[in-house]
Write a protein of this length. Structure first.
Length: 324
């Protein structure tokens, strides 16, 4: 079985698995492009028959999503070490290190994923765990039957709240409940200003806003990048802990409610976003949009605006179509 661990201070995800095969056999499976393509379910971009070397390309496309990782080999020391960058084409890039060591009865493979700031550790860990089972199958072993969603939720509980970045979706009667939980590195008062003032909203929503700061007040935003607007009514206004409003845009089903809840955390603030949606709303699109915008909240709390990044937003759309 695969053992997984997460370090919040170093932003590293480490997965370890023992295979009952000689190191040369396991090394071939993780270092020959055609073999990698087989068990990872990717299409190699470039010459699949070319041997890897330090400085060489390490580019492939995931068949199930169409996502491409353009990267380079950083270290290549057969049969013990392969290290390469990860998604250089969608910065900030991550980094992967495959370390092999001989043990009694076989080989121990340790995969260390150096996560970029926006990457969710539980989702990524669950994905790698399943791929390491597929690697076992490619080596001739009997893989375990794993449930990706159960793995992700288990890792989320084990790794702690700082590791989780993705939305979760639940059904409640005829409603859809989209929820984000994030740990932000600023106190609730600073996050509150970014959430509720026109200046703060503009930094992470890329919008012009009008806010009447009381229950029943008007909440209006005009998105600069998409040239459309939304007018809602403030339903919750309790500084610096609760801010809620109706969201009646047709794009969200015409009937929804957004609630932000802030609470102190040892690292700063625990932010919870709950978007109560109609059954007809496209939760995937909304999850990708909220995810991208929330990524800019820490910067907004510092007074820094985040420019719109359509490439990253489209990547999130593909991620949520597979995972939500």
């Amino acid at each position: 079985m695969t053992d997984a661990a997460y370090s919040a201070s170093e932003r590293t995800l480490t997965l370890t698995r023992d295979y009952p095969h000689p190191i040369s056999k396991v090394w071939a499976a993780v270092s020959i492009p055609a073999r990698i393509a087989d068990w990872m379910g990717v299409e190699w971009i470039g010459d699949e028959g070319a041997a890897l070397h330090e400085g060489g390309h390490f580019d492939y496309r995931f068949a199930d999503s169409g996502l491409e990782s353009r990267a380079h080999v950083l270290r290549f020391d057969p049969p013990r070490l392969l290290e390469h960058s990860w998604f250089e084409n969608i910065p900030p890039a991550g980094r992967l290190r495959w370390s092999l060591e001989e043990i009694a009865g076989g080989t121990r493979l340790t995969l260390t994923h150096f996560l970029p700031p926006q990457e969710e550790a539980p989702r990524t860990g669950a994905g790698w765990t399943i791929l390491m089972e597929r690697l076992a199958a490619s080596l001739g072993d009997e893989p375990a039957t794993l449930d990706w969603r159960a793995l992700r939720d288990d890792y989320a509980a084990r790794f702690g709240p700082e590791a989780t970045r993705d939305a979760r979706l639940a059904k409640q009667g005829d409603r859809q409940i989209l929820t984000f939980d994030r740990i932000l590195r600023h106190p609730p008062e600073k996050v509150w200003d970014a959430l509720t003032t026109p200046e703060g909203i503009g930094r992470w929503w890329q919008s012009d806003a009008e806010v009447e700061p009381s229950v029943g007040g008007r909440f209006y935003v005009r998105f600069r990048e998409f040239d459309h607007s939304m007018t809602g009514t403030i339903t919750d206004y309790a500084p610096p802990s609760r801010f809620g409003f109706t969201w009646s845009e047709e794009a969200v089903g015409g009937d929804s409610h957004v609630l932000f809840e802030l609470s102190p955390d040892p690292l700063g603030t625990h932010l919870r976003l709950v978007h109560d949606l109609s059954a007809t709303a496209d939760a995937t699109e909304l999850a990708a949009g909220w995810h991208w915008h929330i990524d800019g909240l820490d910067a907004a709390a510092q007074g820094v605006a985040t420019p719109w990044d359509e490439v990253r937003w489209r990547v999130l759309q593909k991620v949520y179509k597979m995972t939500l």
